[in-house]
Each structure stands twice: as C-alpha cells, then as structure tokens.
Design a protein around this ligand. Structure first.
Ligand SMILES: Cc1ncc(COP(=O)(O)O)c(C=O)c1O
Length: 371
C-alpha cells in the first residue's frame, strides 16, 4: 500500500490481523447468493442500534447519502438554511446543496469545533437545522448545541462521519440530534471494504421513510411510494461491519493510547494540540496538530519515511464549487488560519509505541534545529 516506513494509514496491516476471521464471513455472504439487502443487513442494523443505544438505525451506502437522506427526512428543502462549519469534508456542505438548501457557515474554535456562540448568531427565520461536525472524533459541545436548537425549535443533524464511539458526558456521538450520520468508508474507525454508512434517528417515522428512499421509494417489489435513490449498504459490507464492530472498542483504545503518547512526547513550544474537553472521550479518528511552517514539516516527515495528511487544506467556502455562495478569503478567519497550520499525524491502531516516538522525535528535532 505504501513504501513509507510509517504510513499514514495501513489497511493492509488491518487485513492481515483479521484475515482468518474475516475470510469465512466473506465466503458465507458469497455462498448465500444474497448480495443486496436481506438478513445480513438487518443484523448489522440491529448491531449498530444496540451499540448506539438508538432503536432506529438505517444502513445506507455512505455518510454523504446519510446526510442527504437525513436532511430530507427532516424536511429540508429549497430555500431553507442549514448551519454548518466551513472546515469539514466537502460532503457535509454538499448534502445541503444537493437539497437546494443554503449552507450557512459558522467559524470554528481553536479546537476546530464549530463555535456554539456563532451558531446562535447565525440563526434566521429560514434556519431549518444545525449540522455540527465532530471532526476527527473530537466532540462538539452538544450540551450547548442542543440547548440552542431547543430554544429556537430547530432540528440537529450530527455529522458523525468521523466520530463513531466518541462520547460527550458519556453519550455517544450521533445520538444527541434528531439525526446522526456515520461513515464506514475504509479510512474510518469502523470501516467497510468499500463505501458504507448508516443513520440513526430519534423518530421511527423518519427511519421508515429513509428505508424507502434508500431503495427507489419501493414499498414492495413493484410499488413505488415516492421517487427515491439507490443508497443501500450491500450484504458484504454489512457482514464486514458487523464483525468489525466487535473490534471497535479495541481500535479506539489503541488510538487513544497513541494520542496520549503523542501528547507526552511532542514539544508544546512548537506543536499546538487542542486539549480534549473534560466531558468528552475522543475516539481519535485523526490526530490533528497545528504548527508553523507546516508544509516544510510535511516535506521533512515525508523525506524521513513518515506519511501525513491534511484535513483539509482548502476550506469549503473557498472551494471552486462553492463560489456561488459568494465567500472569499477572510470570510472565516479562524478556519482559514488553521487550514495553513493543520497536519494530521499517523495514529492508526497498527502503529507501535516506538513508531509514535519516532514521529514525535522527527517533529521535535525539526523545530529544535530551526531555533
Ligand atoms: C466529516 C465528514 N462528513 C461526511 C463524510 C462523507 O462520508 P462518506 O465518504 O461515507 O460519504 C466524510 C467522509 O470522509 C467526512 O469526513
């Protein structure tokens, strides 16, 4: 997958540790001849429901579709406004745009989480929903967001694509809002072997509507109740996810241990690591630090055989696709400043303590030599 000494991700290593358990699971799905829908998908929905403690979960083919279908179930339509941060992955905003609604961006805190005080200021008569994003597994202050939403009678749809298993005051991400949307993309902590996603709802009615929408609006083999989409999680991915859900706690535990080790090793004079909120348990889908001379550091790490990533170098409001919204440089200063300083370090569960130590040493040495 990568020739780097310490790659940013290592899905091959994950496969090697799971191979003997996963192959029979894959084989049984292939032998069943049932590849779309059916019992295996139902079982995954039950497993994820039990994990989240949320009775109404619907498997779909991606978090992007989860967001579109979730917003649609909330009644978001053309002309409505949805409040969301501009520092997320493009899919959060794309889902709003696909429904003809208007994304209303709100800048973020030093931690990269949406600023709840600015959320309140951005509410208008047209605001239909707030979409907080638990970026990298870090929890948005859901106490504040829920209070604001309640006060104004606005729905909350959590973009929990990156935060399965994170908690705030002991409550799991995605279970605070009316709708919680999750990704099972191969790079996520609970990952499929291709695209995948799921949604949890507070309302049974919305879950039932989305079950129809995800499959052409069909209510039986031949009857279409509404024009829908094709957004089903296939049986193979559902089986893999049901298996991997049993490993999620261990995955999060090792990522959290890796984060703790980075915190103890990286020199705070050079590397800013936002503190975790005392009320949260961050699942560390990513470990993002903020540094000066970011691009030079990334190049230096690469030449030392260490892979990194940047989530995300171009804020959404500055993407060519978002030009029609009319923003420019300076519109969201915190997001824009962070986009130049953020770098995501390798944190995956296959890394050893010695590898985390090597990465930290290379970073500390890089800045030490410059001073
Ligand atoms: C914050 C966020 N939202 C939405 C998505 C979309 O997820 P998917 O790739 O499953 O469509 C992603 C994917 O990386 C994401 O990071």
């Amino acid at each position: 997958m990568s020739d780097l000494k310490i790659p940013y991700v290592n899905l091959k290593a994950q496969w090697e540790t799971e191979r003997s358990e996963l192959l029979p699971i894959i084989e049984s799905v292939l032998e069943s001849g049932n590849y779309i829908g059916g019992e295996v998908v139902d079982q995954f929905e039950i497993a994820i429901s039990n994990f989240l403690g949320s009775p109404y979960c619907v498997a779909v083919n991606s978090c992007t579709d989860a967001l579109v279908l979730g917003l649609s179930a909330l009644g978001v339509r053309r002309g409505d406004e949805v409040i969301t941060p501009p520092n997320s992955f493009i899919a959060s905003t794309a889902a709003i745009v696909h429904l003809g609604a208007t994304p209303v961006f709100v800048d973020v805190l030093p931690s990269q989480s949406i600023d709840p005080n600015l959320v309140e200021k951005a509410i208008t008569k047209k605001t239909k929903a707030i979409m907080p994003v638990h970026l990298g597994g870090r929890m948005v202050d859901m106490e504040k967001i829920s209070r604001i939403a309640e006060n104004y009678g606005i729905a909350v749809i959590e973009d929990a694509a990156q935060s399965i298993g994170s908690t705030f005051n002991g409550k799991l991400s995605g279970t605070f809002g009316d709708v919680g949307c999750f990704s099972a993309h191969p790079l996520k902590n609970l990952n499929a072997l291709g695209d995948g996603g799921f949604i949890c709802f507070k309302s049974e009615e919305m879950a039932e509507e989305v079950k129809k929408l995800r499959s052409h609006g069909l209510v039986d083999r031949n009857t279409v109740e509404m024009f829908g989409y094709v957004s089903r999680l296939d049986a193979l991915q559902a089986a893999v996810l049901t298996f991997r859900l049993t490993k999620l706690a261990a995955t999060i535990k090792s990522r959290r241990a890796n984060a703790d080790l980075y915190r103890s090793l990286l020199n705070p004079d050079f590397v800013f690591i936002p503190d975790d909120d005392s009320r949260e348990q961050n699942s560390y889908h990513t470990f993002v630090v903020q540094v000066d001379r970011r691009d030079e550091l990334v190049a230096h790490l690469l030449s030392s055989g260490i892979g990194t990533a940047i989530h995300y170098p171009i804020p959404i409001h500055l993407q060519p696709a978002a030009k029609f919204l009319g923003f420019g440089p300076g519109s969201f200063p915190v997001t824009e400043a962070q986009a130049k300083r953020i770098v995501t370090l390798p944190i995956n569960q296959s890394l050893s303590q010695s590898e985390i130590t090597q990465v930290s040493n290379v970073i500390n040495d890089f800045y030490f030599r410059m001073h």
